[in-house]
Design a binder for this molecule. Structure first.
Ligand code: TXA
Ligand code: MG
Length: 343
């Protein structure tokens, strides 16, 4: 299969390209498109055969359910069996935007979307291309991130092509995505609500709207307890090269990172260093590739996957990721770095 790539303006997508993509969705095809977080791989959320092709194209395990994207609150309500006050308040504040709500499902949603479970994840994306595609197709669109399963999420069209070229019908190329990390996933089917995946909307922002939320610590991800969300699997969002996380917030921690990088380099490996906030002059070296990451959490999030894709492309053999501070502003970034690491 040849993947058709259509360039679209990220703010004002061309009607013709959107119409072609919408027709493809209606015919049961797979269309990758930009959202404000990462690129999604979309299919008609009510068409089990199209949905099965998402799992096939991604190599995604069938026990991992999909997020359903819709145009607005009314469309979301047609998919869920309950719309609590908490959902109404969060949607009013954060939709369209990078917040996914898990709610009891209605029967019309195919089992393959929910992995057979009693709940469905829904969100209204903010990206003009995603919204235009949803409106033109007239159906809810299930879309996981547009990457092979367990690998890095794509924040640019070329990342999508790298892993899915020839496996999907179409790609809407709307340039780099602004957010860079996947949406926050919150279960409102649990009491109190549970944060299933940290993301651009922080737990305190959610708590300011609906009160206390249970924050599942990474330590909950032990092998015995069944996962409330399959995407909580410890190793996920990973680059090809093994990655180690090291704390880097203080000068002495930074020095330890530097020593580790040096030691790996001296052992003869090509090292990638995701360096944080302390750029110093370094002469270029063929066996060391440094990517300096921004000091600001939002800017860091926007660049993280692109930086890891760059290190993978450069063929480094190991990556040292210098971790920013352990504070709420960095929650989502630290979560993704940990999951990109090799235990
Ligand atoms: O930003 C995003 O959310 C992107 C864009 C494309 O919207 N999508 C995305 O999808 O990251 P995906 O499939 O890569 O991640 C979906 C996450 C997974 O962790 C999955 O386990 C969880 O949402 N999830 C989906 N449905 C669920 C459900 N019913 N209950 C619990 N977790 C669910
Ligand atoms: Mg994903």
């Amino acid at each position: 299969m040849r993947t058709i790539v259509l360039q679209v303006h990220p703010e004002a997508p061309e009607a013709e390209a959107i119409a072609r993509a919408a027709e493809m969705i209606q015919r049961g095809g797979l269309v990758a498109f930009p959202t404000e977080t990462v690129y999604g791989l979309g299919a008609n959320a009510l068409d089990p055969r199209a949905l099965a092709r998402i799992f096939e194209a991604k190599g995604r395990p069938p026990h991992n359910p999909l997020i359903v994207h819709v145009t607005d609150v009314e469309a979301a309500q047609t998919l869920v069996a309950a719309w609590p006050e908490t959902a109404a308040r969060l949607a009013a504040r954060y939709w369209p935007g990078p917040l996914t709500l898990v709610l009891p499902r209605r029967a019309l949603i195919p089992d393959i979307v929910t992995a057979g479970g009693p709940t469905v994840a829904v969100r209204v994306p903010r990206h003009p291309v995603a919204l235009a595609l949803l409106r033109a197709s007239g159906v809810p669109i299930a879309a996981p991130s547009a990457n092979r399963s367990a690998r890095l999420s794509p924040t640019r069209a070329e990342h999508v092509l790298r892993s899915l070229n020839g496996r999907i019908e179409m790609l809407l190329d709307g340039g780099p995505t602004a957010g860079g990390l996947e949406s926050t996933v919150l279960s409102l089917a649990a009491d109190p609500p549970q944060l299933l995946r940290p993301g651009p909307v922080s737990p305190s922002e959610i708590e300011a709207v609906i009160g206390p939320v249970e924050r599942l610590a990474p330590s909950h991800r032990d092998e015995q307890t069944p996962l409330p969300s399959p995407g909580m699997m410890a190793r996920h969002y990973a680059p090809r090269a093994p990655l180690v996380c090291m704390e880097g917030a203080t000068p002495s921690q930074h020095r330890r990172c530097e020593e580790r990088v040096e030691a790996l380099r001296r052992s003869g490996r090509r090292v990638g260093w995701l360096r944080w906030a302390r750029p110093t002059e370094q002469s270029p070296r063929p066996d060391l590739l440094i990517v300096d990451m921004p000091e600001d959490p939002r800017a860091y999030a926007a660049q993280l996957y692109a930086a890891l894709h760059t290190l993978d492309e450069a063929g480094v053999e190991c990556i040292v990721a210098e971790m920013p501070p352990d504070t709420e502003a960095w929650l989502a970034v630290r979560d993704r770095l940990r999951r990109a690491s090799t235990p």
